[in-house]
Design a protein around this ligand. Sequence first.
Ligand SMILES: Cc1ncc(COP(=O)(O)O)c(C=O)c1O
Length: 391
Amino acid sequence: MNEFIRDQLKSLHDKGVYRRLPINEGPIGPVISLNGQSVINLASNNYLGLANHPDVKAAAMQAVETYGVGAGAVRTIVGNMDVLERLEEELAVFKEEEAVTVFQSGFMANVACIPAVVTQGDLILSDAKNHASIIDAIKLSKAEKQVYPHVDMAALETILKDVRKNYNQVLIVTDAVFSMDGNIAPLPELVQLAKQYDCMTYVDDAHGAGVLGSRGKGTIDHFHLHGQIDFIMGTLSKAVGVVGGYIASSKEVKEYLLHAARPALFSTALPPADIAAIRASIQLMSQSDELQTNLWNNTSYFRSKLLELGFDLAPSQTPITPVMIYDEAVTMKVSKRLLEQGVFVSGIVFPTVVKGQARLRCMLSAEHTKEQLDQAIAIFEQVGKEFGLIS
Ligand SMILES: Cc1ncc(COP(=O)(O)O)c(C=O)c1O
């Protein structure tokens, strides 16, 4: 075996962070069958429970009958199905933005858009806690990069004052909801700075879409900033429950992306069944906010109970509920013990978060019942005491 890979694997074992991937043997729901064991699922991004919703499944099955299973080509050749065009129109209406361009995943949407809209002579200003897909997208672009301290708008302004004059375009990029902490970026202040210093804005709303704003329209709606962000990225894989990503933008940006965003040109378009499922999910979301209400009720219930027990929770503002453990190896052990007792929650360690900030990332969903949450809380209490995390 390659020596570099062997050393890397050994180091993962030595640090106690080597893991075997759990195997889910059924649909993703509040209770899952994991490696043959029925456990409460506190780990998925299926916020609204749409991944296994009967209407969404029926739409996918119907699309298979009508369109088959594959798009057959990239969009710019013959993979641009009518259902994909409909989806983009419907999503633009739902998001209250001029246009939407759909990509094959959220990761892909970032990698597609960022390198396409900036080039040599430009600067990207990126929040220190931005998602890996943004970091990789920036690496693919020809622009220079500077990282600003997490959500620190004063530091961002200092950088802009110093260097704005040296660049043609400046793109400020941020997660709307930070995926490992659950806090929300100060978008109104960020937009203000962008206007003042003539910058473009790029917001990754992977964890805000479906969760924040009226009917889950997202963080931009939450802050009433429609039409004020140049590029809004969203996923179709989390609250929407399927797979895919998109950029909501002006019509002109969409026109350009369909010529310049490499995943639109060089990777096969989404399959029709996924597109149909996404359309059904968006329709359900626009009809009622019941699922969103359940999600937020579950979030505040679970969070308040863990705080009462004395757990150290990161100050999240969303259903992402990080229980801070700090030590990486202990985090993995606690996660393993919780699983043995019947709760699956992922241990998050370096490189997903910086060293010394390891945590258990609990993800709430609209589908969890009070009984399931109470059971999970009781197991947390027992395991927390075993490990001395609470007294
Ligand atoms: C902030 C953020 N952006 C982008 C992505 C990628 O989205 P997808 O899973 O749809 O590729 C994720 C997924 O974890 C995310 O958390």
